[in-house]
Design a protein around this ligand. Sequence first.
Ligand SMILES: *Cc1c(COP(=O)(O)O)cnc(C)c1O
Length: 250
Amino acid sequence: MPYPRAATVADFEHNLAAVRGRIAAACRTVGRDPSAVRLLPVSKTVDEARIRMAYAAGCRFLGENKVQEAYAKSEAMADLADLRWSVIGHLQTNKAKVVARFASEFQALDSLRVAEALDRHLQTLGRGLDVMVQVNSSGEASKYGLAPQEVDAFVRQLPAFGALRVRGLMTLAALSDDVARVRGCFALMRELQRRLQEEAPDGIEMRELSMGMSGDYALAIEEGATVVRVGQAIFGARATPDSEYWPPAP
Ligand SMILES: *Cc1c(COP(=O)(O)O)cnc(C)c1O
């Protein structure tokens, strides 16, 4: 499935409308309200000129996988005062300080070390951060995130980190053409969310379920996604392979 490259503001308006239309259609299929699904455009590898076009087309919150790239873009486009950034990729502890400085959201929390480092830097800056806990729903060794059975105990530790506003869960489904397999990943997440909502400690919200990308967001919405992270269907195909973001198993 080819994703044409958006090169004008009109291209972005067109692609955004198309994705929103598919989101609405997926919601109708299962009787959900489209306003309950947030579209997070993912701008990794996209240069500043085209990101400014996406902004002109209405994008105000962008997802980036890599911290350095995201931070450099946030600095370069600091003049766009209402443009916010969500870090959606794996984070090393030594980069927590950068995330604490500029990000509005971090979707890939999967260790207490990172939680502690983020919280410490955020407290120093007097900032808070919306976070989601990343779960490995596919069982693939190449994917980051906690195993589903680890999430419960992990979440119970999070109230100790006062600057982290825990909003929910994030996952990448199996990258597979097998629809049943992909749907299984999403369904597992919805069930995990449901269980955690019943048992979550005070101050921990489990309302958000970030799942679904260009190839599978309609399916994710059918299974309960509240945030979809869509890059290529908005910006166009990426030259960098996914192994750049999800390293192959060792
Ligand atoms: C790149 C990326 C996406 C979006 O993928 P597309 O195929 O461009 O839609 C979603 N989630 C994460 C974590 C990503 O790194």
